[in-house]
Design a binder for this molecule. Structure first.
Ligand SMILES: [Zn+2]
Ligand SMILES: [Zn+2]
Length: 349
């Protein structure tokens, strides 16, 4: 099969001809039809993720068709249209049995500790537990984001923030996760203030029903917090850091009204891994700080129902569709401010 691979961190990835992957007894091999290009792929390529072993095939959000299943798999057969959460869980531990596979201690992730989906084929371990059947109506390009960005946003807004109709949400960062958050929040009937430095991202946010709040990298946090407190009428009910930095995490907490909820979705890596947060404010205003990590495989039923009913449309968050041959440059380019708004998805095969 053809796959994108890199031999060293920060070295240009290449398209290589690799052996087809073997199918584990309880796993499945999936023909990848579409794979998303997510900022976490860039972090892995930068060497920010200890679980990556070189040489490495990146990619963790995909949709495709089952090519083969192991002898112990009973729920899926070749030809099934599928996706999977990027957090592949064991299906047997206490967390998995409680429906919280996104925090399974035995989890594995394609594109990080397993070979990823920037390839014509990808392996899904524990296929009966982790594979998600896709309805025929969902396009593969639209479905790719369900594995990470759209699914992660769904979990953050619905399960973690428990955002309600009429509440005010501030989303910091309008990349793939941020735009998905906006669509999901607007479908609930919340007001959304969307913060970003990119005019293109803000325009995409506006089209999805958010009120754009332009900023610049060097705007003082005090000034931005002041603007957000004023625009939200005394503070947001919920803030979501969809970018992932010490600065945006702090701005999110400081922009809440009393008893507000901050959800940290964007990964905090490198020098931002252990940020100082205003915990005095957390006590005094009884704020809640919530983490959000992917989504549980059990949440897909509700997510797919919302898509089938037309309440949600992950395709509307896709900005650019590329091919397998474009993936190396797309991965490298994730480090800068994106040239175009919305998710980049590669169609494969
Ligand atoms: Zn588990
Ligand atoms: Zn991702």
């Amino acid at each position: 099969m053809r796959a994108v691979r890199y031999d060293a961190f920060r070295q240009q990835p290449r398209i290589e001809q690799l052996p087809d992957p073997a199918c584990p007894p309880r796993g499945a091999v999936v023909d990848v039809h579409a794979t998303g290009v997510c900022r976490s792929d860039w972090h892995a390529w930068q060497g920010h993720d200890d679980s990556v072993v070189l040489p490495h095939v990146p990619g963790h959000e995909f949709a495709g068709v089952v090519r083969s299943v192991g002898p112990e798999v009973t729920r899926f057969t070749p030809g099934d249209r599928v996706t999977a959460p990027f957090i592949l869980s064991c299906g047997r531990c206490e967390q998995c049995l409680a429906g919280n596979g996104q925090v399974c201690p035995d989890q594995q992730q394609p594109g990080f500790d397993l070979p990823g989906s920037y390839a014509e084929q990808v392996v899904v371990i524990e296929a009966d537990h982790n594979l998600v059947a896709l309805p025929a109506e969902i396009d593969m390009v639209a479905a790719a984001g369900l594995g990470c960005r759209f699914g992660t946003a769904f979990h953050a807004v619905r399960s973690q923030a428990r955002l309600q109709e009429g509440e005010c949400l501030v989303v910091l960062g309008c990349g793939g996760v941020g735009l998905s958050v906006i669509q999901i929040a607007r479908a609930i009937g919340a007001r959304v203030l969307a913060v970003d430095v990119s005019p293109g991202a803000l325009e995409a946010a506006r089209r999805l029903g958010a009120e754009p709040v332009p900023t610049t990298p060097d705007e003082s946090a005090d000034v931005l917090v002041g603007r957000l407190l004023e625009a939200s009428g005394g503070g947001a009910d919920v803030t979501i850091d969809a970018l992932g930095s010490a600065r945006t995490a702090r701005i999110g907490l400081r922009s809440l009204r009393p008893r507000g909820r901050h959800v940290q979705v964007g990964l905090l890596l490198g020098e931002d891994a252990d940020p100082a947060l205003p915990m005095g404010l957390v006590i005094g205003l009884e704020l809640q700080v919530l983490g959000s990590h992917g989504l549980a495989v059990g949440e897909y039923r509700e997510l797919l129902e919302e898509i089938a009913s037309g309440h949600l449309d992950p395709g509307a968050t896709v900005g650019t569709v590329i091919g397998l041959e474009d993936l190396p440059d797309a991965l490298v380019g994730l480090g800068g401010v994106p040239a175009s708004a919305g998710m980049t998805v590669a169609r494969i095969g």
